[in-house]
Ligand binder design. Sequence first.
Ligand code: IMP
Ligand code: MG
Length: 169
Amino acid sequence: MLIPEEEAAKRIEEIGKQISEDYAGRQVHLICILKGGVFFMCELAKRITVPVSIDFMSVSSYGDGTSSSGIVKIVKDLDEPIEGKDVIIVEDIIDSGRTLYYLADILRKRRPRSLKFCTLLDKPERRVKDVKVDYTGYEIPDEFVVGYGLDYAQKYRNLPYIGVVEGVE
Ligand code: IMP
Ligand code: MG
């Protein structure tokens, strides 16, 4: 176990409070990156006190293994336009940074009023693409983690805590 459930809950509450202060008097449009971001986004959205709307997007950059294929493609696009909205992208984890780098590029072209990034976990040691993350739950070492939405070959997303998978290269 790396991050117990209660600890994650406390941290998410703090981020929600921070977002509520930063966006006081405005509305936030949360975009969840499926599937990993979904558990985090639900908890986070409940801790935000300004009006929230949500949408979902699915991109793939990984196979069923544990290392990046380097290919990022849109599998499911947003339902609604983001023009003029204060958008926050919600991710489970930032690893190489390729996914966010690519997403930032496409989403900026759709002219949101603002675009920020929020991630539950960050592995800064693994960064290949330079991306600025606005809200981070935890910086973690270079280990393969599961739980709280994160999977290993589509399993373990439902663990209520963050755990490390042993013996994964
Ligand atoms: P990036 O494009 O390399 O930053 O990859 C981000 C995506 O890789 C995340 O949304 C996850 O789906 C996946 N990923 C990266 N590291 C892990 C991990 O430790 N466990 C589970 N999924 C991971
Ligand atoms: Mg993912």
